[in-house]
Design a binder for this molecule. Structure first.
Ligand code: NCD
Length: 301
């Protein structure tokens, strides 16, 4: 019952999450709390605002409690291993949410822990819960995912949110165009995988072409994954959206971003009716309520 990679989910699983999320939106409105006597542990070994706080909010809104381990103030600083930290927290809580800079760390945590583990981002690898939020947002804004022209723009080499999302979009039949600065392209094996598995239409470009785009999904340059931060800053400056880029776009184009955004989207775009990234961030709570609820119930079986 762990959620480590978007590959752990079938299309039916994802659709069940959508259904559960809609229910959770109703619970949010009515204040109904379907869970009791559950403690969710949130372990963060990397910075986080949305993921950490929306998981905590989701737990509270469900009627569960949450505790937070912050690696920058915890015994990780004394040299405790990830395995030991997991073993200890597994003895306190019913479910573990983990974000860690090492790829594969969430899988390791799941191997060590008796309780379910949810991957909230493992290095440049996977961020499955973000993808569920992204797909849900597209569905809410567009009514469908199948056949939409989606452009993923930014540091596709290092952004785990983009890797997971490409898989999710391919699963639901979107036509994906990847737009990355030179050297920051999506890993080829990831593209090959979705083509083989889903027969997905995936193309690559080196510059934006928004004329027929339905969903523009932008992410920041993942500076923390560069060995030379100067290189990252340089690419970031060269690669950002401008208001002019939005002149000839479809009226109902939506712009999404996992956030935080740095310089890749100018503040003026926030006011445009295309910008949906703040709405997207808000769906973090009901989507993560649905994930926590489903995994808690599954574990109780
Ligand atoms: C993303 C992440 O941590 O991968 N943030 C998030 O969870 N919303 C995207 C990013 O940091 O660029």
């Amino acid at each position: 019952v762990d959620l480590i990679s978007i590959r752990d989910l079938t299309k039916e699983d994802v659709e069940a999450y959508f259904k559960k999320t809609a229910e959770m939106e109703k619970n949010l409105a009515s204040g109904k709390k379907p869970v009791s006597n559950i403690v969710v542990a949130n372990l963060f070994f990397e910075p986080s605002t949305r993921t950490s706080l929306s998981f905590q909010t989701a737990a509270k809104r469900l009627g569960a409690d949450s505790v937070v381990y912050n690696a920058s103030t915890g015994s990780t600083q004394k040299g405790e291993t990830l395995k030991d930290t997991i073993r200890i927290i597994d003895g306190y809580a019913d479910l573990i949410v983990i974000r860690h800079p090492l790829e594969g760390s969430a899988r390791l945590a799941a191997d060590v822990a008796v309780h379910p583990v949810i991957n909230a981002g493992d290095g440049g690898n996977q961020h499955p819960t973000q993808t569920l939020i992204d797909l849900y947002t597209i569905l809410k804004c567009k009514g469908k995912i199948d056949g939409l022209a989606v452009q993923l723009v930014g540091d596709l080499k290092h952004a785990r949110a983009m890797r997971s999302l490409l898989y999710g979009l391919a699963m639901f039949g979107a036509d994906v165009t990847l737009v990355a600065p030179k050297g920051l392209e999506m890993e080829k094996s990831v593209i090959d995988e979705v083509r083989e598995r889903f027969g997905a239409k995936v193309s690559e470009r080196s510059s934006l072409d928004l004329k027929s785009c339905d969903v523009l999904y932008v992410c920041r340059v993942q500076k923390e994954r560069f060995s030379d931060p100067y290189e990252a800053e340089k690419v970031q400056k060269e690669f950002s959206l401008h208001e002019e880029d939005l002149k000839d776009v479809k009226k109902d184009l939506i712009i999404l971003h996992p956030l935080p955004k740095i310089d890749e989207i100018p503040e003026s775009v926030d006011r445009s009716p295309h910008a949906k990234y703040f709405e997207q961030a808000k769906y973090g709570v009901p989507v993560r309520m649905a994930i926590l609820y489903s995994i808690i119930k599954e574990a109780q079986k």
